[in-house]
Write a protein that binds this ligand. Sequence first.
Ligand code: PRX
Length: 636
Amino acid sequence: MALQLKTFDEYKTAYQRSVEDPEGFWADIASTFHWDKKWDKVLEWEFKTPDVKWFSGGQTNITYNCLDRHLATRGDQTAILFEPNDTEGEVRKLTYRELYHEVCRTANALKSMGVEKGDRVCFYMPMVPELAIGVLACARIGAVHSVVFAGFSASSLADRINDSACKVVICSDFNRRGAKNIPVKKVVDEALALGCPSIEKVLVHRNTGDPLNWNKEKDVWWHEALYDQATTCEPAVMDAEDMLFILYTSGSTGKPKGVVHTVGGYMVFAMYSFLNVFQYKEGEIYWCTADVGWITGHSYIVYGPLLAGATSLMFEGVPTYPDAGRFWQVCEKHKVNIFYTAPTAIRALMAAGDRWTEGYDLSSLRVLGTVGEPINAEAWHWYNEKIGKKKCPIVDTWWQTETGGILISPLAGLTPLKPTYATLPLPGVQPCLVDADGHELEGDGVEGMLCIKFPWPSIIRTTYGDHERCRQTYFSTFKNMYFTGDGARRDESGMYRIIGRVDDVINVSGHRIGTAEVENAINEHEAVVESAVVGYPHDIKGQGIYAYVITDRPVGDLVVFEKELRNTVTRIIGPIAKPDVIQVVTGLPKTRSGKIMRRILRKVAAGDTENLGDTSTLLNPEVVDEIKEGAKGVVA
Ligand code: PRX
């Protein structure tokens, strides 16, 4: 069976079949992979507890499908093309054969360090090929990887390590990002100092070679651990529903949760979605600018492209270093055919000025993509005109950490486009819109909360160590549906436009941040009694973070106080969660039951103070005027 759909009609036929006969549909797709043992049952599911199993009884190893399977046909083709942070730095090309051997050596090194099937291994690394190699090495031996974005603080890292009791943490010495050289191993040392009793070893990849603190008991150099390892390693035989990885993400309450994906379904969907959304053609250069610390990097830098036998470009740097033309310089240099990035990067580069796009040969580009947040019309058109020269379809891909792969998106060149619309569901995906009472909104031209009615192969299986939390968060709001947390509109032609989160999650530059987490961090400051954090529209970041703060003492110099608060948040979560705006208030608008009325705070933060709605039922209506007045004086 050809996995790649070639026309819009083929898409429609496939979609229809995926709804009428989901098991037959996915069985045909799964049959194109290598399985050590075929599945007994394609799908068993119920959304109540929830309990979803795909391809149960089947056995395989995802790295066999990413690597071994390609050796005979494309062993000498580049699998990972590495572009370093510095324009003068060394480009690395790992062929499928080289990647295979590196993964095997690393897998053997992990084994010799005592890592076994089922053990959790944490990664805290920059965007270097060793991160992809390490992740695949875990999958090779059946260890569960948990990649933590290397911008998170020591305390966030420690929380994540401890939540899943990781045995080993793998890091680099330093992280080159633009003009900075960020100490990475130092953050790991700090995390361990906070207490990570499960960690037995720290495997350190030498990236820059700058001096480091070294703990002889625990620290092991990557190159030494790999030195005399064999270049082959039998893949662990994994059940389809064995855990492949954990990835922590923020929700509306509490600490980040470990989203769990399993081997079989994730594998099938990652490759199917990659091939169809981007319409990847043999030999093309594909570049996704995300970080492997997020789901986009997992599914569309590492697994999807490698499963499909693609050449995946991995970029260590940032879009604005050495200048705002870097992305386009890299596209020209490597003749990139498919380019996939976040709207926030597009807006930032657009704001830097068109001159940075000029003078580069972008004629190799064939498909453009966006992910992570809604793309505004202005950015969409700029991307289409200045980068795509109106010749490249733009795939606006909607999905989530929990969905494992892209669920709603045009298929490049097949699906008619509509700016700012993610358009139509992939085959196998059954979205619906519901109102606040959980009634499904039928027909077109409606707006509601986005849910999915039927399981797709890479649906979240559980939240690590707390299955009840998974049920509560995603499967309890609406009966028999997966609730995404997003609001969406369906137009007259049945196309979807994602509006944004309807819960207390904010999306800052495509990074998902829980307001409760930021509040907890702010509350750690000794002068703070209570705080409330909301998102507000931000030209570049999509949303900015607005914090209302109550203190128990005069704060003195406001500039100093705000700096302290931002430092506190950076220390506890990381710089990505720093509030953009801080407003000191004497009270927060509360209902009689003591709940903060966030609706009012959001409106004030957005500068929309005229239509605050009915505030008379508040416990403390007087505070609203004060907040409105105070908002005029704050600076972003
Ligand atoms: O609000 C949606 C937004 O990002 C959220 C998921 O965040 P995360 O799990 O970090 O994954 C991001 C990368 C897949 C969603 O609930 N989002 C993601 N893609 C889009 C989007 N919003 C609008 N349009 C998109 N294309």
